[in-house]
Design a protein around this ligand. Sequence first.
Ligand code: ADP
Ligand code: MG
Length: 236
Amino acid sequence: TEELLRKSDKLKVVGQLAAAVAHEIRNPLTALKGFVKLLQSQYDEAKVPYLGIIQEELSRIEFISSELLVLAKPQVSRVAQVDVREVLEQTIMLLATQAVMNNIEISLVAQDEAALILGDGNQLKQVFVNLLKNAIEASSPGCLIEVGIHLTEEELRLRFADQGCGMPAEMVGRLGEPFYTTKEKGTGLGYMVMRRIIESHHGKLAISSKLGAGTTVEVILPRRLQEQPIHRVPAV
Ligand code: ADP
Ligand code: MG
């Protein structure tokens, strides 16, 4: 019998394929970058200006493949007690310069206690970086980005609220499709990577957005992972 793949399953397959391709691209790419560097050291930059362009474009390929590679990683590869509050604080610091340069304020509202969950801290950090970057990129100068942490016995709720450009409903529905972007320099991989990581933590994403008013993204994570089986993805 023919089985219809659900949209999310299809996207998962696409993601795994993309990650496999990215993995194969990596080694030849490293070799290319090395040889272009060698050429740059042997030729006069003014006479061969396109060497710089080659180097820049190779870096872009490298960046895109590094995003895709996340999709190939085994799910929740390093599970440990993670203080999500601490991870969030680190992420906000990481993006502080980018925010200040754009005159955007990021404020964290949280209880004093640690927000402990079982999970992979590095993967969660990647989710927060992606969400905050999107919020910064959508905001105009003077806007505020509010990050909230709400902790209960069973779950952890994180709220990322921006006052940026917002999105029409049709666009919200497409978040997570590979390469879906409205940005000139975007990859359109952020949401695909985030969904994958949150799914592997058995969590949920809730997005509400209003065109011209702002976007709120909620990440809901269970605090324990043991009860649910963790599916491993075949290595590529
Ligand atoms: P990228 O950031 O590389 O474009 P993403 O998957 O992170 O890829 O986001 C896809 C698209 O969703 C963005 O290009 C943007 O149009 C829209 N988007 C994401 N987050 C927000 C936000 N907070 N406010 C407005 N639009 C957003
Ligand atoms: Mg993004």
